[in-house]
Each structure stands twice: as structure tokens, then as C-alpha cells.
Ligand binder design. Sequence first.
Ligand SMILES: Nc1nc2c(ncn2[C@@H]2O[C@H](COP(=O)(O)OP(=O)(O)OP(=O)(O)O)[C@@H](O)[C@H]2O)c(=O)[nH]1
Ligand SMILES: [Mg+2]
Ligand SMILES: [Zn+2]
Length: 354
Amino acid sequence: METLYQYGWNNFFEEYRTTTEKTGFDTARVTYIKGFKYGLITRDGEKESELSGKLLFGSENENLPKVGDWVFYLDYGDIGYIVDVLPRKNALTRKNPGTENELQVLAANIDYALIVQGLDRDFNIMRLDRYITQILACGITPVVVLNKADLVTDTSLYLSEVNKLGRNCAVYFCSTYADIGIAELREQALEPNKTCILIGSSGVGKSSLLNALTGNSVHETDSLSDATGKGKHTTTSRELIRLENGSLIIDTPGMREFGVAFSEDDQSGSLFPTIGELAEKCRFADCMHINETGCAVLEALANETIDEKVYTSYLKLTREQKHFSTTLEEKKRLGKQMGKMIREADEYRKKYKY
Ligand SMILES: Nc1nc2c(ncn2[C@@H]2O[C@H](COP(=O)(O)OP(=O)(O)OP(=O)(O)O)[C@@H](O)[C@H]2O)c(=O)[nH]1
Ligand SMILES: [Mg+2]
Ligand SMILES: [Zn+2]
């Protein structure tokens, strides 16, 4: 079990294992997925595996194993067969790009998400707020990493922009080129046996950071010297690795979209603390903070006690959330109707035997 604990196994999973009758199966953690192959870290080391037919054909995509998941598997010597996924402590999700109401699970059982932005044209405060909101909704602690600090002379401007969001998350300025902030990140943000994930747009330096953190080149990075743009080492799959200090880290491919996908219940003050706090002082309990009289949010906006971006981001994200959950409900409702029709047709067929 020693190895498993080193890879993040804890009482949460141990309790489940001991209370479930899965005798004959071992547990392991998914470290990568390449096509039909699942990389596992088992008590005896690495083992490449596949999904059992039951799991492959009997599960919704979001319930299939993802990087970071703990699974039950059968050992067949050369290969393992994954038979089940243990309950997740949490999962990093987003709206599946190109869909209206599909959830995409990016990785499971995550303690920290390092949101990486580059201090070049990539820096975008609204996008940062979007990432933070969705990550909090997933029950994951967000950490802000502003990379390429070598490109700017004054980082304090960026820090005050981030602080205006009122998010209270740790902010690190890093440069893999100038070796700025890497040691702090390693020592303060990464904990032994805890899992963190690097996320952000393509080219912000996630893999470069991972390499700097490990001190060696585990992940190839895009090279600036390649003027043709060919042979870029953009990351194409997620992979969990263990660093020397015992922390676990997942590198991911850059994301173009990070659509929010959380439920209405999560939309309370905890996801938008600045707005939530003000909302308590609005005249109407159901105030939408759009044009109501006696709205404390609009008042704060008018006298500039809150930043306009905080408000704009709140409106944008809650609208998106609303759209996501209403289309999801609609889909479920239609699904139920469809199910009912099929059942009725079946009964009708049985009754009249045709
Ligand atoms: N100026 C500057 N450039 C950097 C720094 N770190 C990385 N880069 C450059 O940024 C580019 C992208 O780096 P990667 O580490 O591959 O970026 P990534 O986020 O992993 O990209 P994807 O895998 O496509 O998501 C490369 O050309 C790096 O050399 C930095 O600290 N400063
Ligand atoms: Mg990369
Ligand atoms: Zn209001």
C-alpha cells in the first residue's frame, strides 16, 4: 500500500475499499490515458491497462476513468483490466466545448489547480475569474500562477488587478527563463501526497513550469527557437507524475474554452463572495442586481467600492451557468418523456403481441 499512499491514497478511499465487497480486485490510480490504454500506478509499480467490456459499454462518459481516478482492476500479468471506478472526492469539470449542456470531466481527485497565465498577451482578468469560479465550484483550491515574469518590469500592477477580484487566492509570479518564483511555488504550493493540476491556455508555460519544478525535462515544451512553428511540443494529453518532494502534479494540454458548468445551488455567496456579501444589503431578497431600486451591488458599483470587472464577470458567469443548467434540465425532461414513450410502446406491443 505504501506506493498507493505516495500517490494520494487516503482514508477516504480506504474506507470505501474496506466497506465494498470487491475481493480479488486491487486498487490503482490512473496516471495517463492514451487511446484505449490506461496507465496505472499500482502497489507494485506501473501497469498498462484496458477497460473491461462492462465498464466500456455500460457507462456514461463522465463516469469512465479519468486521470487521477482510483480504480479497481484485475491483474493479468502483462495487462490489467479496469473493472470499476471508486467514488471521486471531487473532479475538475468544464462545459464540454461545442455542446450546450454536456459536462466534461478533465481529471479527478484534485487538491489544487494551478491556473497559469502568461504575462504577455495572455493575461486576462475576466478569464482568470472564470477559472477561479469553476474551480471553486468543483471543490478544488485555486492558485494563480502568472508566468513569464521576465517579460514585465512591474509585477505589482498585475497583482493589484488580481486582488481587485476579491478572490483571496495565492498568487505566484514565475519565470522559467529567469528562474523566478519556482522555488516558492515548489515549497509553498505543492504538498506531499496532494494532487495539483496545471491548467491554462496553450503556450503559457505549463510544461515549462513542470520541468522547472522537477528540475529535469519530463515534458517537452514548445521551443521559441523554432521560427517555422513546426515541431512545437504542445502537450497533447494529461499525465500525472510524482515529484521528488512527494507531490503529485498533472500537466494538461492548453484549453481554448473553459465554460462554466456548475449547479444553481453552488451559485451562492461562496462562488461570488464580493457580490454575495453586498447582496445581503439589497432591498429585495430576490434582487438580481440588474436595475432594482435599493440594490446594494449597483450602489457599490456606482461609488466604485467594487471593481466593474467583478460585476461584469459575475453577470456573465451566472448567465452562462443558467443557460447550462436549464438546457441540462430540458435534456433530462426530454429524456424522461422519451423513456416513457418507449416503455408505453413496449407494453402496447406485449399486450397485442406484435
Ligand atoms: N518569456 C518566457 N517564455 C517562457 C517562459 N516559460 C515558458 N516560456 C515559453 O513559452 C512557450 C510555451 O511553453 P510550454 O511550456 O510548452 O507551454 P504550455 O503551457 O505547456 O503549452 P501547451 O502544452 O500547448 O498547453 C515556449 O516557447 C517556452 O519557451 C518564461 O518564463 N518566460
Ligand atoms: Mg504543455
Ligand atoms: Zn441587488
